[in-house]
Design a binder for this molecule. Structure first.
Ligand SMILES: C=CC1=C(C)c2cc3[nH]c(cc4nc(cc5[nH]c(cc1n2)c(C)c5CCC(=O)O)C(CCC(=O)O)=C4C)c(C)c3C=C
Ligand SMILES: [Fe+2]
Length: 392
């Protein structure tokens, strides 16, 4: 009798006949969930660490490592002794499918305070997120000792993974804030070929650097050593998270022409204005006065494509969110902006400074998020995630 997995004849790297058997490798030089093609469902959870000494922080990292390894591999839910609480929440049934689950752990600036003696080992560019001019930050939605990005094909898998982590860490972690996100399952199934559309109706992610280009990823995304970074950070990356509500009621009453000029792209095709195809590259030298793509268009400010600014500075991995309504009756929806880069200053901070004052600001007001450093991957079962930091 074939195992259920064999029946589905799943080959790693392909879409399984039953997508729930899709598996992302857990062990490796880098954590999964960064270069992984975006799964349909995500959750971003920020935690305060309750551990008060380094030994307990190590226990936490070891525990998270073993739960991540189990959940991303999948398996049968452990059997239950009715005298004890069930080992598993049971929300996925008897079979815990891997479902392309990735769990990506990052550490915040506050983890390097006096509690664990880690201050001398802080990543060089890691800092507490500060307010940008158009922000209206809600303290309850900002920062955290840890960030956990959970992504999978289906949201029940994501919720199951969160419940598992919470169950195993009552004395070690407390949730600070969390946000659920989604992209269309059609875009997710295309494995990066189809660009997801955000809740302003624009393709979002088109000009991302090619995640399959390893030399480019080593240049743009991963800390590779030197440049004053502590040795333990090699293989990691800076993670920026921003919660960005949209004023969708006003946006939906804004003329198409204005919407397109704000981004600098055609809404239907995603092509830069004046061009035909989504992946055509704008030539700003031929448009110095912004007659075709205005000078304060989002894509032009984000990436002016001059020799001085360079090209690909970050990998964006954003998700839409949709909650209820605000106290004043407005739809509460927007973008969970997530990006990764090897240098927080050269990446997000430089780009965000250029975006300050952009035309899009009329329709957005960031209210949360934080800056984190994504730990290097755990290379094999004889190690644990975060070991290089604990042993630094
Ligand atoms: C600081 C970094 C960025 C923030 C914050 C940001 C917010 C933000 N972006 C969109 C929608 C789109 N962004 C697009 C392109 C784009 N955005 C950034 C950076 C930030 N965006 C970059 C670096 C780029 C690429 C520019 C380029 O190389 O040409 C696009 C166009 C399509 C694409 O390339 O993805 C859209 C659409 C929203 C809605 C938003 C916050 C509300
Ligand atoms: Fe953008």
């Amino acid at each position: 009798e074939k195992t259920p997995e064999a029946k589905n004849e799943y080959t790693p790297g392909t879409v399984s006949p039953d997508e729930r058997w899709g598996k992302q490798p857990y062990y490796g030089e880098h954590q999964a969930g960064i270069l992984t093609p975006q799964q349909a469902s995500m959750m971003l959870v920020s935690f305060d660490v309750l551990a008060t000494n380094k030994a307990d922080l190590e226990r936490l990292f070891r525990l998270l490592d073993s739960r991540f390894a189990f959940l991303t591999k999948g398996g049968t839910a452990p059997s239950m002794d009715p005298k004890f609480p069930p080992m598993d929440s049971g929300v996925m049934g008897a079979e815990i499918y891997p479902d392309n689950l990735t769990m990506t752990l990052s550490v915040g600036d506050s983890l390097f305070d006096e509690r664990f003696g880690l201050a001398p080992h802080k990543p060089l560019k890691l800092q507490r997120m500060t307010r940008f001019p158009n922000d209206s930050l809600d303290a309850k939605l900002c920062h955290g000792d840890l960030s956990l990005q959970i992504c999978a094909n289906n949201s029940d898998t994501v919720v199951h993974a969160l419940r598992d982590i919470i169950k195993y860490t009552p004395d070690l972690l407390s949730v600070r804030w969390r946000r659920d996100g989604f992209i269309s399952s059609h875009a997710a199934r295309s494995q990066g070929k189809e660009t997801p559309i955000n809740l302003l109706g624009f393709k979002d992610g088109t000009a991302n650097p090619d995640a399959k280009d390893k030399p480019l990823m080593d240049k743009v995304i991963w800390v590779t050593g030197g440049q004053g970074e502590p040795a333990w950070t090699v293989g990691g990356s800076y993670q920026v998270t921003r919660l960005i509500p949209f004023k969708v009621e006003s946006w939906d009453r804004t003329p198409l022409q204005e919407q397109q000029s704000i981004f600098g792209r055609d809404k239907a095709t995603g092509a830069p204005l004046g061009m035909e195809k989504e992946h055509d590259v704008p030539d700003y030298e031929k448009d110095p006065d912004g007659k075709t793509i205005r000078l304060d268009a989002h894509i032009r400010l984000a990436n002016p494509r001059t020799k001085a600014t360079g090209d690909s500075l970050m990998l964006r991995r954003g998700y839409s969110y949709s909650l209820g309504v605000t106290n004043s009756g407005q739809l509460e929806m927007g973008l969970v902006f997530v990006c990764y880069q090897h240098d927080l200053e050269k990446g997000f901070l430089t780009v965000q400074k250029r975006l300050n004052g952009e035309a899009l600001e009329e329709y957005i007001r960031p209210n949360g998020g934080g800056f984190f450093f994504t730990l290097p991957g755990n290379k094999d079962e004889s190690h644990y995630l975060g070991q290089s930091l604990i042993e630094a």
